[in-house]
Design a protein around this ligand. Structure first.
Ligand code: NAD
Length: 302
């Protein structure tokens, strides 16, 4: 049977819809709570990619009515100073979400800092308490990128149930939580990583491929089963022949797209969803902390 033309999973459009809905929700809650939700983003150093992500997040906050409490530190800031600022933000009633923009310079211990964030203000869902809740299938703040991938699948009514999902990459930020979420959605999940002996054979078995590595063109057309759903989480900055920088994912999009049934573009796929989920997490925390009703009419369970 001939394959249907591949469908682009439009994260940008869905993220926009989610932001519109959040803006309405926040406007509705404002008189009840007496203040807007607040998100504090901690950024260290001048990494241009991180700076662009932080700007993006702050602009998105402004669009939906979330107050931003940005903190920008020099690259040589100490662990003790960052810890102290996190403690102040934990105690600040105006702040519902705290996020440390990763990666951090080598002299800083990111995991130790994540422990310092109050679990109920952990906007990125990376505190051990929230990761533990994910393992136990309890409500809590969920890691934004994996939650964004699940929301995108839901939007296109792509149920993972009964499908074989292969997740490439095993980080705490993306690979492990997305594997758990797919498992909870009744997929059969395989995790591949840098030590997987035959990546091609592993990926070829997948009905759903999730690439979260950080290597352009790692996933080529000959690795993808015809009709597979392909989710490209990778964000890589490359230069084209004219020397201009552009963003690509981990998937050789031009050649993989024709073999896929659904595929995310980069940019405009998972990245946009990550920001929308961050705003949603912050608003959810705000509602929990202020005992306001989140009134979540979207299908994703927390
Ligand atoms: P990471 O460096 O922490 O993890 C990369 C993973 O890839 C590791 O688990 C490693 O085992 C695996 N890996 C490395 N080389 C491999 C190979 N040749 N074959 C198979 N697996 C290999 O990275 P991360 O933080 O998980 O991020 C992964 C990618 O996702 C990066 O490009 C990052 O920029 C991107 N990212 C995107 C978003 C988004 O919103 N779209 C959010 C977070 C991260």
């Amino acid at each position: 049977m001939p394959l249907q033309p591949p469908v682009l999973l439009d994260g940008k459009q869905l993220a926009q819809q989610m932001q519109d809905a959040l803006a309405q929700k926040i406007q509705h809650l404002l008189p009840q709570v007496g203040r807007p939700p607040g998100l504090a983003v901690l950024m260290v150093g001048d990494n241009p990619a991180s700076a662009a992500y932080v700007r993006n997040k702050e602009r998105a906050c402004e669009r939906v009515g979330i107050a931003s409490f940005g903190h920008h530190f020099p690259a040589d800031v100490s662990q003790a100073e960052l810890t102290q600022v996190i403690h102040q933000l934990n105690a600040d009633e105006r702040v519902d979400g705290i996020l440390v923009q990763l990666p951090l310079p080598n002299h800083l211990d990111a995991e130790a800092l994540l422990y310092e964030i109050l679990p109920e203000k952990d906007a990125d869902g990376l505190h051990p308490m929230n990761l533990g809740r994910l393992v136990r299938k309890e409500p809590g703040l969920k890691s934004c990128t994996p939650a964004g991938v699940m929301r995108l699948l839901e939007q296109y009514q792509l149920s993972p149930q009964g499908k074989h999902a292969v997740v490439i990459g095993r980080s705490i930020l993306v690979g492990k939580p997305i594997a758990l979420m797919l498992l909870d959605a009744n997929a059969t999940v395989t995790m591949a990583h840098s030590k997987t002996p035959d990546l091609k054979a592993t990926v070829l078995a997948a009905d759903i491929v999730v690439a979260a590595v950080g290597q352009p063109n790692l996933i080529t057309a000959d690795m993808v089963k015809p009709g597979a759903i392909v989710i490209d989480v990778g964000i890589n900055r490359v230069q084209d022949e004219s020397g201009k920088a552009r963003l690509v994912g981990d998937v050789d999009f031009a050649n993989v797209q024709p073999r896929s049934s659904y595929i995310t573009p980069v940019p405009g796929g998972v990245g946009a969803m990550t920001v929308a989920m961050l705003l949603e997490n912050t608003t959810w925390s705000y509602c929990q902390r202020c005992k306001a009703s989140y009134n979540d009419e979207t299908p994703t369970q927390r």
